[in-house]
Design a protein around this ligand. Structure first.
Ligand code: ATP
Ligand code: MG
Length: 361
């Protein structure tokens, strides 16, 4: 290729990438929850907390998941966790049943208590109304302290580099929902799983990294096991983000569009799905090392699901594969979507907005 043609190609690529970054910001901004929506959700949380306290006076109701980690889209569901601070407390199954009855009597929510689920929860939903055009969906769980901690970890990662991390994560959440690959119940991946894939990519794949590894940074003062362990798992991470911002600067200057293009390329062809485990805590691990070889004993599950097709280590519960619900077909579809996205972006249409629309078709 002659130098002038090369230069022109380079210029057109730079132009596309700059245009795409701007489109990505504009796109995700209009999908953020409005202040009114956040206020309504906070009111709902307070109301539910007041009601739960009539059963368990020493309880607190806390938000986790997207409502609390900065990765919330408009109309996303609410994940709530009830913590009970007294020693003598009701068993979760009884609490779920009693709370279900109470909410049914006292509120307009549709209530579905699931006292015998693996993690007992109460599911609530509110019909659309003029003030809340899409209603509300909400799950209340109990004593899920690890979920509160992983929410805080994701929030800290979002705060280290708010523009690039939040834009990428929010875009991938919308994209995965529109492309219908965000349904753990149907064999694809949860939002939590996609967020971990993004953080893994920014900490361990990008060189220089966009994010530091918050779980491996030296602590500011000596820490003891009692300070850091929860249910036997080490939940310590560097959470003084103000200090981190003063002391740590990423050498990586790529734009959000460049990172997204590379993200899709990496997960279409470079990640070792057959043998690798993505761990934001420890980098790329081996399935063998974790004892997470593909488990083909489908008879132990009521359908042909297999557990370890895709392996993403939970940041704290390190013996838990966050993507254990992803089936063979599910993974095939997800990888197909990563490839499709790579293709759409590599074609670099005249205007980036066209690529974005096609991506989320
Ligand atoms: P959305 O806006 O789509 O609801 P979200 O950010 O709330 O996204 P979810 O996938 O609903 O993400 O997860 C919410 C929280 O539930 C996570 O922060 C995590 O604590 C917990 N969680 C969800 N899925 C898993 C999973 N597969 N394994 C372990 N914890 C999970
Ligand atoms: Mg959620």
């Amino acid at each position: 290729i002659s130098p002038p043609i090369q230069q022109r190609r380079h210029a057109s690529k730079q132009h596309f990438v700059a245009d795409l970054s701007q489109c990505l910001f504009d796109f995700v901004i209009q999908l953020l929850p409005t202040p009114e929506e956040m206020a309504v959700k906070e009111d709902v949380r307070k109301l539910l907390e007041r009601l739960i306290r009539t059963i368990e006076p020493d309880s607190r109701l806390l938000s986790f998941g997207s409502t609390a980690n900065g990765f919330s889209l408009r109309n996303s569901d609410m994940d709530l966790c009830c913590l009970i601070d007294s020693q003598e407390r009701l068993a979760a199954t009884d609490l779920v049943t009693m709370l279900g009855d109470l909410l049914e009597r006292e509120t307009k929510f549709h209530v579905k208590p699931l006292p015998h689920a693996r993690i007992p929860i109460v599911k609530l939903s509110l019909d659309p109304s003029p003030g809340l055009p899409l209603g509300i969906a909400c799950d209340i769980g109990f004593e899920n302290r690890l979920a509160l901690e992983n929410t805080r970890l994701l929030m800290c990662y979002a705060m280290v580099d708010p523009t690039r991390v939040r834009t990428m994560v929010l875009f991938l959440k919308v994209w995965s929902k529109r492309r219908k690959i965000n349904s753990p119940y149907k064999g694809t991946l949860s939002s939590y799983g996609y967020v971990l894939l993004v953080i893994y990519f920014l900490v361990h794949v990008k060189n220089p990294p966009v994010l530091p590894n918050l779980q491996q940074m030296p602590p500011l003062r000596p820490i003891t096991k009692e300070d850091t362990h929860l249910n036997g798992y080490n939940t310590w991470f560097f959470d003084d983000i103000e200090l981190l911002r003063q002391r740590w600067h990423s050498e990586n200057t790529e734009t959000v569009a460049e990172l997204l293009i590379d993200f899709f390329r990496y997960y279409s062809r470079d990640f070792s799905y057959n043998t690798g485990v993505a761990s934001i805590r420890a980098g790329l691990l081996k399935k063998d090392f974790k004892g997470w070889q593909n488990d083909l004993s489908a008879s132990r599950y009521n359908d042909a699901r297999e557990r370890n097709r895709l392996c993403i280590e939970d940041p704290f519960e390190t013996d838990y594969n966050v993507s254990r619900c992803v089936t063979k077909d599910g993974l095939y579809t997800i990888r197909g979507e990563f490839m499709r996205a790579s293709r759409v972006l590599a074609a670099r249409p005249e205007r980036a907005i066209i690529a974005l629309a096609e991506l989320c078709e």
